[in-house]
Ligand binder design. Sequence first.
Ligand SMILES: Nc1ncnc2c1ncn2[C@@H]1O[C@H](COP(=O)(O)OP(=O)(O)OP(=O)(O)O)[C@@H](O)[C@H]1O
Ligand SMILES: [Mg+2]
Length: 267
Amino acid sequence: MTDTAGPKISISGVRKVFSLKDEDFVALDHVDLDIADNEFVTVVGPSGCGKSTLMNILAGLEEPTAGEAFVAGTSVSGPGPDRGVIFQQYALFPWLTVRKNVEFGLKVAGVSKTERRERAEHFIEMVGLSQFADALPKMLSGGMKQRCAIARAYAVNPSILLMDEPFGALDALTRVKLQEQLLDTWSREQRTVVFITHDVDEAVFLANRVVVMAARPGRIYDVVDVNLPYPRTEDVRLSPEFTELRNRVWHSVYHQQSGNVAGTASH
Ligand SMILES: Nc1ncnc2c1ncn2[C@@H]1O[C@H](COP(=O)(O)OP(=O)(O)OP(=O)(O)O)[C@@H](O)[C@H]1O
Ligand SMILES: [Mg+2]
């Protein structure tokens, strides 16, 4: 059963505790967040604040210790074709070529061979890997592997894209190009995107909303609305409004960290 009136994604009272040898480690605590259908949410925060853990819970790969995640009103109990996941560490099948990697999810979904070929071709071209369609992952650079993983996630056409630092390993130009392509895809088709990044500029450039997380325990520290117009062009990137929002998010990330180092509360 789906609830079209409610949020597309709902995270409710999520807590995640990892049991280590001598102690329990609280990776996430009291995480509450609703994400509307077709919203683009970016998540920033220091290393270890639980961003990937939160994404794994949404992907259905980790179970929360307490609380729940919902997709379209249904509790997440495992992975599903409604959620395309791009991992921080590119996860390609090493024995399959770029083309076969991109086609893999389509094959699982029962898409015909001709259509598989066509769709794979389209997305391989989009990420600029046409010349390497028949190459194995070991022949690709880190950035190229990540572009292959992006093509694979897009090809399945899921309504939710969960992206964990997808552009982190890419050079600046490819990164900007893929940011624009992602926004283009997102504005043309109904997609809900949760996008993790270390890059504050990228977080603001892409998002409707930026979620700032803090560590120890991993939690939501701040949520910043980004009321900049789409399409996000170079002009938007250079506007004073963009700079102001970027500074606000940066301040939020920096302040909590300097607060942690000094062991004092903010303000
Ligand atoms: N399977 C696990 N077992 C034990 N601890 C874990 C496990 N997975 C994550 N952690 C711990 O939980 C915390 C959050 O990890 P997570 O990978 O979610 O952080 P992150 O915000 O994605 O960091 P980064 O920005 O470096 O990718 C870290 O301290 C990590 O060591
Ligand atoms: Mg991570």
